[in-house]
Write a protein that binds this ligand. Structure first.
Ligand code: NAI
Length: 371
C-alpha cells in the first residue's frame, strides 16, 4: 500500500500530463533507513503507471548522482527503504572516489519485465526534468542502457548513456578494479608484478571477463568459476585458466580472490575457509555484514573495500557530466584515484590496526566534512 503523503508539490504538475512530484522527506524520516537525507521526492502518474522515489542523500560535494532501480518491491516502504539505503551508499562511493558529486538513487516501484512502458519512462523523464540540477540518474537493476538512452533523449539529467558518450561502464569498471587489485597486491608483496600470481576470479560476466583479459596479459595464473559453463570453457581456452566448481572458488589455493559475481560472498561462515590472503574484486556488497571485515583482518586477509575498487563505473558515468563533454582518456586518468585512495586506506588501517572498510568510510566522511 502506498503510504499517505503530504502534498507539497515541487512545481505545478506539467500541464495535462498527470504527473505530480511531492516532497515526502518528513514521512521518509520515520523509516529506520533514513540517515539525514536532504530530500526525498515522490513522483506519481496513475495513468502512465509511475510511482518513483528519488532519494537525495547528500549534496555537499555536488549534485546527487546514482542509478534508477526498477523493481517490484513487496511494499512502498520496502521500495523507499531501498532508495534510502542505496542513496546513502552513493554518497560514500562518490566521496571516496574524490568526485564532485553527491549521493542519490531512485527506485521506480514497478516490474521491469511487464510495467516498463515508454509511457512510464516518459513520465519519469518529466519527473527528472522537474528536479533539474538536483539529481542525475543512470542505469541500475531493471533499467538498461537502452532505457537510459531513451530517458536521455528527453532530459539531460541522465548519465551513463550512448548519447552522452560513456556507454557501457563495464570495461572502465574492470580497468579500475585491475589498477586497484595491483595496488593491493603491491601493498602486501612490495611489487606490482603479477606474473605467476594465482588469482581466483568468481564470475566471468562483463567485468570479470574484462578483468581476466588484463590479468592474463600480465602473466597471472587464473583460476575461474561461473554458473555459466560456456564462459568457463571460454576462459580455459582463452586464458589457459584452471576451472573450479562454484562452491570451490572461495577456498581454492590462490594469492588473490577476486569476487566479480554476487554480493554477500564474505561472511562469518565463508571467511575462515578463504584460500587467499588478499580480496580484491568488483562485486558490490561483498561483505554479508560490515563487521565481517574485522574477521578478515584478524585472519590476516587484506581486503580492498568493494566500493573503492569498483568506483570506475561511477567515475565513467561522472565523466558525462564534465562541462567539456565526455572524454575517455580523462576518465581513464581519473581511475588513478582508485589505487591512490586504496594506499591511503591500507596505510591508515595498518597503522591503527583497524578494518579497511571502517577506514574507507572515515576517509569519505573527512572529504564530506571539508565541504
Ligand atoms: P554480469 O551479470 O555481467 O556478470 C556476473 C557473472 O557472475 C555472470 O557471468 C554470472 O553467470 C556469474 N555468476 C552468478 N552467480 C555466480 C556464482 N554463484 N558463482 C560464480 N559466478 C556466478 O555482471 P557485471 O556487470 O560483470 O558485474 C559483476 C559485479 O560487479 C556485480 O556485483 C556488480 O554489481 C558489480 N559492479 C559492476 C559494475 C559495472 O560497471 N558493470 C560497476 C560496479 C559494480
Amino acid at each position: 500500500m502506498l503510504m499517505q503523503v503530504e502534498t507539497r508539490a515541487l512545481k505545478s504538475p506539467t500541464s495535462g500530463t498527470g504527473l505530480t512530484v511531492t516532497d515526502i522527506t518528513e514521512q521518509a524520516s520515520r523509516l529506520e533507513a533514513f540517515d539525514r537525507h536532504e530530500r526525498i521526492w515522490l513522483g506519481r502518474d496513475e495513468n502512465r503507471g509511475l510511482t518513483a522515489i528519488v532519494a537525495i542523500h547528500d549534496t555537499r560535494l555536488g549534485p546527487a548522482l546514482g542509478g534508477t532501480r526498477v523493481w517490484p518491491h513487496e511494499s512502498f516502504d520496502a521500495a523507499l527503504t531501498d532508495a534510502l539505503r542505496l542513496s546513502r551508499g552513493m554518497t560514500y562511493k562518490a566521496a571516496v572516489a574524490n568526485l564532485p558529486l553527491g549521493g542519490g538513487k531512485a527506485v521506480i516501484w514497478a516490474d521491469p519485465a511487464t510495467d516498463k512502458t515508454p509511457e512510464l519512462l516518459d513520465a519519469y523523464a518529466e519527473m527528472l526534468m522537474q528536479l533539474d540540477g538536483q539529481y542525475y540518474t543512470a542505469e541500475d537493476v531493471g533499467l538498461s542502457l537502452a532505457d537510459a538512452d531513451y530517458l536521455r533523449e528527453r532530459t539531460r539529467n541522465v548519465s551513463g548513456t550512448t548519447i552522452g558518450g560513456s556507454g557501457n561502464p563495464s570495461p572502465v569498471t574492470a580497468h579500475g578494479v585491475y589498477l586497484g587489485l595491483k595496488a593491493t597486491f603491491a601493498f602486501r608483496s612490495g611489487h606490482e608484478n603479477l606474473s605467476g600470481v594465482r588469482i581466483a576470479v568468481q564470475g566471468l560476466g562483463s567485468v570479470g571477463w574484462a578483468l581476466c583479459e588484463r590479468l592474463h596479459a600480465d602473466g597471472a595464473k587464473l583460476i575461474v568459476s561461473d554458473i555459466d559453463e560456456n564462459r568457463v570453457a571460454k576462459a580455459v581456452a582463452t586464458f589457459g585458466a584452471e576451472a573450479v566448481n562454484t562452491d570451490e572458488i572461495l577456498s581454492v589455493d590462490a594469492d588473490i580472490f577476486a569476487p566479480c559475481a554476487l554480493g554477500a560472498v564474505l561472511s562469518a561462515e565463508t571467511i575462515p575457509s578463504l584460500g587467499a590472503k588478499i580480496v580484491a574484486g568488483a562485486a558490490n556488497n561483498q561483505l554479508a555484514k560490515h563487521d565481517d571485515a574485522r574477521l578478515l583482518m584478524q585472519l590476516g586477509v587484506l581486503y580492498a573495500p568493494d566500493y573503492v575498487l569498483n568506483a570506475g563505473g561511477l567515475i565513467n558515468v561522472a565523466g558525462e557530466l564534465d562541462p567539456e563533454g565526455y572524454d575517455r582518456d580523462r576518465v581513464l586518468t581519473s581511475l588513478r584515484e582508485i589505487p591512490a585512495t586504496l594506499m591511503a586506506i591500507f596505510e591508515r588501517a595498518e597503522k591503527l590496526g583497524r578494518p579497511t572498510n571502517d577506514v574507507a568510510q572515515e576517509i569519505a566522511e573527512e572529504r564530506l566534512a571539508r565541504n
